[in-house]
Design a protein around this ligand. Sequence first.
Ligand code: F6P
Length: 321
Amino acid sequence: MKRIAVMTSGGDAPGMNAAVRAVARAGLDRDVEVYGIRQAYQGLLAGDMALLSSREVSGILQRGGTVLQTARNEEFKTPQGQRKGKRRLNENGIEGVIVIGGDGSLRGALALHNMGVPAVGIPASIDNDIWGTDTSIGVDTALNTILDAVDRLRDTATSHNRAFVVEVMGRDCGYLAVMAGILGGAEIVVTPENGVTMNEIAVSLEDAYIRGKTHAIAVLAEGAPYQGPELAHYLEQKHIGFEIRLTILGHTQRGGSPTAFDRLLATRMGVYAVDLLLAGETGMMVARVGREQVPVPLAESTAKTRLITPEYFNLARILSR
Ligand code: F6P
């Protein structure tokens, strides 16, 4: 291969830039031109791509977001859109593609592979919901951002004898919520998976009040069966002792400079992805298993759902006493 391309797709995640830089520099080292496709599949369909020189990826290692930008695109989900994407790659002499992104983005990489375009995926999503890999680019940074917020909220909660409902991201997966619960010392965690009711939360927070705690935190995943405002309103009506406040962390969780862990993960995955592509190992996702990078078929990783280990739910429960 003499020319490959890289794109970042789906929700941005801190560390995507470090991965783009690693792909570009590995290309340089292996004597392969690396093109950057702007705005993911939307840019692919528009033929919006250009050579990434080593200098162009200078100074981006520590930056959050993605310099290639990202976009959600419906057209590429159709067979016609996928054929158009393949044509655009051919027109630009691109022989292989690296897609950095979450579940939906990796499905796009699989579609390219199935059409005969060599493609490799790199998992990047703060949700940590991608099957086959221990973790994805952005998870560690987002979790640290959440913990910073939870620590600050506890300071003010204690000063006022308040309970905080903290809503964190995670549309389909409560990983960030459960980890924030364990590591941020929450009284209770609600995720799409654990089916905790609003009444159970009220009982748990009231119990904390009766036991003399000066603060209480309930972490709620965005994909839980009820939203933060509804829960906060419910708790207020219940008069559990604490005054109630609500904080929705929202997209603050997606921004910011990647942690050392995410920079290293992204760097290793980027170089590994280039080597997989050059070795002809197409249709693969780079997975982190233990301390190593391993290839996992995209057909498998995109077909299965990553589950949160039950140990974490258990830890969150034990440590909330
Ligand atoms: O998949 C990452 C994620 O941050 C989810 O946790 C969240 O539900 C979603 O993206 C938000 O998407 P958008 O940025 O399009 O609002």
